[in-house]
Design a protein around this ligand. Sequence first.
Ligand code: ZN
Length: 121
Amino acid sequence: MGDIVDAILEGVFCQNCGEYLGEGDGFPVTCPKCLREEREEEEKGMKIYVTFGQTHTHTHRVNGKIFDCDCVAIIKAPTAEEGRAIAMELFAGKFATIYTEETWNSASIQYYPRGYLEANP
Ligand SMILES: [Zn+2]
């Protein structure tokens, strides 16, 4: 058992799926197939943050949840474009700003007392 762990640490086997990769380079590696799957997984897990302006008195009821200016809606989508399209559909185009994981500043959540709410159907 210890031998297999050592071999993974040496890079003989993929540290993710355990596929034999040949002689290791002395450090753990992930095979190209696993790297590609990880990347696809990340793309699938894309999140869009939707805020509703503080002057916005309109509330939205989506899937039994109330979305208003005190919360940040999270929409999971394969791409930012699809996330935007879902936001437009769910909130009928009535929201303040859409952020991606790159543009959303997680410290901003302090201005939203109700916190994050998932909006996916
Ligand atoms: Zn692998």
